[in-house]
Design a protein around this ligand. Structure first.
Ligand code: KIV
Length: 300
């Protein structure tokens, strides 16, 4: 009866655009997989953007180490430090009410030892305020996943074109095209699930392979450059809103062109400041005539 009631409210919400505001958690994400309700995830790296994204009703926000590229201007995610991640992560929960907040573990913060992995995951939760951490890799990070989960921290895994392995891959190249690689990815996915990962990001792998893995797993798959059949999708918000310039990967859809809107607004500001039409009267503060006349008289 209760489930039927909740189902009815959800359906009414869909039709009338009423948003059911409730905190997204590991278990709500799992329920979304079970019910076929697609999981939506976007990156955010600051308070203002996180607040807007959360208010739109997103399920999850990722403070990705992609911040190295889109916020700090690095060529890849390798140079990103724990301090960078904590600094940006800490801003996000201040703007978020309902989204599940996942923070990336940067390169070399979990690979060296299980102990370091747990300490660093703990910092992202304690100092950053995230709900979960994400790390890249399969079989080779299963011990870390288990240990972090034992410390009561949910872990999202990340397989396929894992950007921290860019130097091994020799560039940002689609993974899992050969039979051996595809088998390895399926095996990794099963192993990270067995180790307790609560979800897995599948990045840059062929559509039918992503579909196969999604059907094999009971935990949700979240695709980026993977497949429509994944249980959810994630994008870097600057890519999907048209804020990034240069090469756009094939999997990115531009849902808006905020870059154009920003450039136009900034150009208008420069022009109006130079020609004196900004600030206008409505942007300035008044003072009583008597005060200003007296000031001028006294100063003369
Ligand atoms: O760092 C990031 O933004 C990511 C997504 C691309 C999944 O890992």
């Amino acid at each position: 009866m209760l489930y039927y009631f909740l189902y009815l409210i959800r359906e009414i919400g869909k039709v009338t655009s009423i948003k059911l505001n409730m905190k997204n958690t590991v278990s709500t994400l799992l329920k979304q997989k079970q019910s076929g309700d697609k999981i939506t995830m976007l990156t955010a790296y600051d308070y203002t953007t996180a607040k807007i994204i959360d208010e739109c009703g997103i399920n999850a926000i990722l403070i990705g180490d992609s911040l190295g590229m889109v916020m700090l201007g690095y060529e890849n995610t390798i140079p990103v430090t724990m301090e960078d991640m904590i600094h940006h992560t800490a801003a996000v929960p201040r703007g978020v009410k309902n989204a599940f907040i996942v923070a990336d573990m940067p390169f070399m913060s979990y690979q060296v030892s299980v102990q370091e992995a747990v300490i660093n995951a703990g910092r992202l939760i304690k100092e950053g305020g995230a709900n979960a951490v994400k790390l890249e890799g399969g079989t080779e990070v299963c011990q870390q996943i288990r240990a972090i989960l034992n410390a009561s921290i949910p872990v999202v895994a990340h397989l396929g074109l894992t950007p921290q392995s860019v130097n091994v891959f020799g560039g940002f190249k689609v993974q899992g095209r050969s039979l051996d690689n595809a088998k390895k990815l399926v095996d990794d996915a099963l192993k990270i699930q067995e180790s307790g990962a609560c979800a897995v990001v599948l990045e840059g792998i062929p559509a039918r392979l992503a579909d196969f893995i999604t059907k094999e797993l009971f935990i949700p798959t979240i695709g980026i450059g993977a497949e429509n059949g994944c249980d959810g999708q994630v994008l870097v918000y600057q890519d999907m809103l048209g804020l990034t310039t240069g090469h756009t990967p094939k999997f990115v859809k531009r849902f808006s062109d905020i870059g154009y809107v920003m450039r136009k607004g900034i150009a208008d500001y420069i022009n109006e400041t130079k020609n004196g039409s900004f600030p206008a009267d409505e942007h300035t503060y008044a003072i009583e005539d008597d005060v200003i006349y007296e000031l001028i008289r006294e100063e003369k």
